[in-house]
Design a binder for this molecule. Structure first.
Ligand SMILES: *Cc1c(COP(=O)(O)O)cnc(C)c1O
Length: 233
């Protein structure tokens, strides 16, 4: 078995152990974050049965989409510019990074042109880091209501990127806050809004995120190894 496959399997095992430790019986989906890694690596995992992959750049997602089997479920997890929405709206299963009404309007409009309704998550900058995208916890409920009124998108849940920390326990409070926000939004009973998905947790902190309720975890490094950005200009 290739090293890549065994790394994937060991992450998947850790995902399931965390889920059980948290006393959860629902499903937690492991998204293999393949950004910067070649299509051959994705194909290797695909041949092992993996179907959920995450990319953070539109061009890279489109290139890989064209080279790889069409039943892959592509997750767009990175910041999305409005002028690039048209390239991916029919290629992704879920856009995790919707952080403004204007972006949601563009997704709705492009999805409408293709006769689709696009599933999206609202990205929340729970830790209020200056360097990160995402709406604030405070503005999320009102934005959810506005975005829910758009015909071409369907809000399926929330996403956050927690700070980079040595000790994953430090991020527990942020994960708990995103979970609480999802409960608060559910209680508003907004038409066209479900809170099916909580996308939180990466290589350094996915186990803590699962303990706090994550059901989509986005893991790159622990599966594929370190990313080499020098290969990509
Ligand atoms: C790169 C990336 C990940 C994966 O990060 P790792 O630390 O390599 O697991 C997860 N989420 C987002 C939004 C990313 O850009």
């Amino acid at each position: 078995m290739s090293q890549l496959v065994s790394q994937y399997d060991s992450v998947l095992e850790r995902v399931n152990e965390s889920r059980k430790r948290a006393g959860r019986e629902d499903e937690v989906t492991l998204i293999a974050v393949s950004k910067t890694h070649p299509a051959e690596d994705i194909q290797t995992l695909y041949d092992h049965g993996v179907r959920e992959f995450g990319e953070n750049k539109v061009q890279e997602l489109v290139d890989k989409y064209e080279q790889l089997p069409k039943d892959i479920k592509w997750h767009l997890i990175g910041h999305l510019q409005r002028n690039k929405v048209k390239y991916i709206v029919d290629k992704v299963c879920l856009i995790h990074s919707v952080d403004s009404l204007r972006l949601a309007e563009e997704i709705s409009s492009q999805a409408g042109k293709k006769g689709l309704v696009c599933d999206i998550l609202l990205e929340v900058n729970v830790a209020q880091e200056e360097s990160k995208f995402g709406m604030s916890l405070a503005e999320a409920p009102a934005l959810a209501e506005q975005i829910a009124a758009l015909p071409g998108v369907r809000i399926r849940g929330l996403m956050t990127i927690a700070p980079f920390v040595e000790d994953a326990q430090e991020n527990r409070e942020f994960f708990a806050k995103l979970k609480q926000l999802s409960v608060d939004i559910m209680q508003k009973n907004i038409d066209n809004v479900s809170m099916d998905f909580l996308s939180m947790g990466m290589t350094g902190d996915f186990e803590v995120a699962i303990e706090e309720g994550a059901n989509l975890v986005r893991v790159g490094t622990a599966i594929f190894g370190q990313r080499d950005y020098s290969l990509h200009s």
